[in-house]
Design a protein around this ligand. Structure first.
Ligand code: UDP
Length: 538
């Protein structure tokens, strides 16, 4: 992996002349700064000013051309976290002629993906905010292949999990600090700026209390594609993993401890008649953890970033998330949301310590590890007396930090009982359903025929053909939903039917226009699109 940027592979004078003559070209996708990714030719960066530079010439292109709206609040988000005011991207503009008076540009020949990592020391943030978005941003643009050079502009050092970022491309990622060593004015021959947010499933509570994103667009399938890629790049082999089914306890060793871990392990092994092993970030390499998790039947862990690793579990496995006293599991659901993504095929169970006697608090620790000694006495008393942390914003609510950094003695009986409510026999991989999430197409050739009986009664016979894709599918149950609406009314009568035709006579009047909608439903909950509306006149 070469870190220095070679200037040999490009003809310097040709490149410089092209930059002076053509300037910068930018074409972006997205309508708002929060969904924008931009492709640039000849985007430059001044390492002295720490600013990106757009050079104008008669051939430069800037789309969208937002005028001063480019600063309201920014051109785009550099990280995958939506609209975070420390993560904005913009550039300053200069005429290309100014290059004459500037430091000699150093050209970056690699195709670059320029972005911010959000919190590279926290594993949840690493996967959710950076690795998955980088992986799928690269899938979106064919230029971004394994030869891509990643540029992390947030200004952090490598961070604790740099090895994971290195898996995404064959070239060493570069940090903002390192750019200084390359030159005073860097010009990226071809670059993409920004990250796709399409895979993120959680918002951390900057403007409203944390929770699942309002409009989740990722399914288990894409998470598994990413998992497969990462396992290949990590060279994970399945040699040496237990042949039989097993349970993993993912433990934390620094804080938020399980105080009776040995007892927990014994109880799990006994109850499920399975080998039970412990892993931790401190004692295992990533490859080892991934290798073990990718074949486990159950993963048990305290709430915390390490639980993002449940994305490596096999389908059908069970995730058991443990919450300390006064922390309501329904209010902190990054891992529940992950486990229950459509098609993720994991069983999710949460358990909360409800016994004050089983919790150990640390009021005298520094505030960022949950200490509360800095608060006034009344507030300390209130926190200590409270049995639940109310919903709050990120990121430094002292009551939340106090409670989330407690250690917990697990009430084994209550935990086993909760797991048993969901996992009836043995946990672990189930036989896979192969047509799980495929939706019906429209029904075809819908027709209606009306007949009148006397002056007050009428019938409406409606028929249709199966959706085109049904003949290629094995579907457990096929039903049809028909809505009949009298033209001009704003209510309708819904029917669920098993056959491809039906004669309606209830509430059907003569000499009336009816609007008829029909759609197909697979397996009770896979609702297809409505076919074109039929107008039927009795
Ligand atoms: N961490 C760990 N062991 C510990 C405590 C923390 O490996 O005993 C890791 C954790 O997985 C995360 C990082 O340290 O990647 C930061 O942990 P923190 O408690 O700040 O965040 P949380 O886990 O609550 O998201």
């Amino acid at each position: 992996q070469s870190q220095e940027i070679s200037q040999v592979s490009i003809d310097y004078h040709v490149a410089l002349q092209a930059l002076v003559e053509d300037g910068t070209k930018m074409v972006c996708t997205g309508r708002m700064h929060t969904d924008r990714i931009c492709r640039f030719e000849s985007l430059c960066y001044s390492t002295e000013a720490e600013e990106f530079v757009f050079f104008h010439s008669s051939s430069s292109v800037m789309l969208p051309n937002l005028g001063s709206r480019r600063f309201q609040p920014a051109l785009l988000d550099l990280s995958s976290v939506e609209d975070h005011n420390t993560q904005y991207f913009n550039f300053v503009e200069l005429p290309a002629a100014a290059l004459k008076f500037m430091p000699k540009p150093v050209f970056v020949p690699d195709v670059a993906l320029i972005m911010n990592r959000f919190n590279p020391d926290n594993l949840m943030h690493v996967f959710h905010d950076d690795l998955l978005p980088i992986f799928y941003t690269m899938q979106q643009f064919p230029d971004l292949d394994l030869e891509t050079r990643l540029f992390f502009m947030e200004g952090w050092g490598e961070g604790l999990h740099f090895e994971l970022y290195k898996l995404l491309s064959s070239k060493q990622p570069l940090l903002r600090e390192q750019l200084k060593t390359l030159g005073r004015l860097l010009c990226f021959t071809k670059s993409y700026v920004g990250l796709s947010k399409i895979t993120t499933w959680y918002q951390y509570g900057f403007v409203q209390p944390q929770g699942p994103k309002a409009n989740i667009l990722v399914s288990g399938n894409e998470i598994r594609q990413f998992k497969t890629f990462m396992m290949k790049r990590l060279n994970v082999s399945l040699e040496g993993i237990p042949g039989e089914e097993y349970i993993i306890v993912f433990s934390r060793t620094i804080n938020r401890l399980i105080l009776n871990e040995a007892e927990l392990i014994l109880a799990l092994a006994q109850e499920f008649q399975m080998k039970t092993i412990t892993v931790s970030i401190e004692d295992h390499t990533f490859s080892e953890i991934v290798r073990l998790i990718s074949n486990a039947s159950m993963l048990v862990s305290m709430h915390g970033a390490q639980l993002v690793m449940s994305l490596f579990l096999p389908r059908g496995a069970t995730v058991v998330e443990l919450f300390p006293f006064a922390i309501n599991p329904e209010h902190y659901t990054p891992y529940k949301t992950l486990s229950t993504l459509p098609g993720m095929d994991l069983q999710y169970i949460s358990w909360q310590n409800t016994e004050k006697g089983n919790t150990v608090t640390y009021p005298d620790r520094p505030w960022d590890q949950g200490g509360i000694a800095h608060l006034d006495k009344a507030e300390q008393d209130r926190i200590i007396k409270s049995n639940e942390v109310s919903r709050h914003l990120c990121c430094s609510n002292p009551e939340w930090l106090f409670r989330i950094y407690q250690d917990t003695k697990i009430n084994i009986a209550s935990l086993i009982q909760i797991i048993r409510q969901t996992v009836k026999t043995k946990p672990g991989p189930k036989k896979q359903k192969w047509t799980s999430g495929l939706y019906p197409g429209k029904v075809r050739d819908a027709k209606c025929q009306a007949s009148i009986q006397g002056t007050s009664e009428a019938k409406l016979s409606v028929s249709w053909q199966i959706p085109w894709n049904l003949k290629y599918l094995k579907v457990r149950e096929v039903k049809y939903e028909v809505w009949i609406q009298e033209q001009g009314e704003n209510t309708y009568m819904p029917y669920i039917l098993s056959h491809q035709n039906h004669t309606f006579s209830d509430n059907i009047k003569p000499f009336t226009n009816y609007l008829v909608w029909i759609r197909c439903i697979f397996n009770k909950n896979l609702l297809g699109p409505f076919a074109d509306m039929l107008v039927c006149s009795t």
